[in-house]
Design a protein around this ligand. Structure first.
Ligand code: 13P
Length: 251
């Protein structure tokens, strides 16, 4: 498996076709920045166009429905995402857990649906500020992993994103020691759930990653990449994050 960090831009509910120029610029520059594996998760409406514009980077979705199809007005199945050109799907982002009441069981069902059609998945977990203040961050995150992670699938297709809710969009990040401790704990849980294959599952960090802090965060042990929100919306900012990938990660 590649040791290059996996750096994924989550555009959230941002982007019309005017933003395809940013995707194109990120794709073109990625040819030079081979120190990272780069991907974008634009809104559903831009997946197909982004795939057509970009030839090097991965293109994925931010969510899918757990069912194969049926009477689910407004929802999108994993097979539809694949048909539109997606190669992976983010599931369980804290904004979906909060805004749409997604439980661990729902997130797991979505992850299974995506894996079944051959998409990669990025399963998001992370504690709230109150949970961290109460000293429960690790229990919360490991519990989310236990509840949200499907077992019995090819672990190569699964990544975890640790995104503390209080660090998302706030400009605040945990200390490097806290990131290291949580990623280490997550690694232990992955190995207990997936045995040896769990040692290779990439664990991304997300929450206020930017060009200024990317290098130090990506250098933390067990940090296998980053899930980036605001700093992925322009090529200039996102390329600054990608430039933080350590050179020694080159294959
Ligand atoms: P920000 O990088 O804007 O904090 O968002 C992180 C995130 O939620 C990515 O999924």
């Amino acid at each position: 498996m590649s040791q290059r960090p996996y750096i994924v831009g989550n555009w959230k509910m941002h982007g019309t076709r005017a933003m395809l120029a940013e995707a194109r610029a990120i794709d073109r520059a990625s040819e030079r920045l081979m120190t990272a594996e780069v991907a974008l998760a634009p809104p559903f409406t831009l997946i197909h166009a982004t795939r057509n514009e970009a030839s090097l980077i991965g293109v994925g979705a931010q969510d899918c429905h757990a069912a194969d199809g049926g009477a689910h007005t407004g929802d999108i199945s994993a097979a539809m995402l694949k048909d539109a050109g997606a190669s992976f799907c983010i599931v369980g982002h804290s904004e979906r857990r909060a805004d749409h009441g997604e439980t661990d069981a729902i997130v797991r069902a979505k992850a299974e649906a995506a894996l079944k059609v051959g998409l990669g998945v990025i399963i998001c977990v992370g504690e709230s500020e109150a949970q961290r203040d109460a000293g429960n961050a690790e229990d919360v995150v490991l519990g989310q992993i236990e509840g949200s992670l499907p077992t019995g699938y090819n672990a190569d297709h699964i990544s975890i994103a640790y995104e503390p809710v209080w660090a998302i969009g706030t400009g605040r990040t945990p200390t490097l020691e806290d990131i290291a401790a949580m990623h280490q704990a997550i690694r232990g849980k992955l190995v207990s759930l997936y045995a040896e294959a769990g040692a290779n599952i990439r664990i991304l960090y997300g929450g206020s990653v930017n060009a200024a802090n990317a290098a130090e965060i990506l250098a933390v042990k067990e940090v296998g990449g980053a899930l980036v929100g605001g700093a992925s919306l322009t090529a200039e900012k996102f390329l600054g994050v990608i430039a933080g990938a350590p050179d020694e990660a080159l294959d």
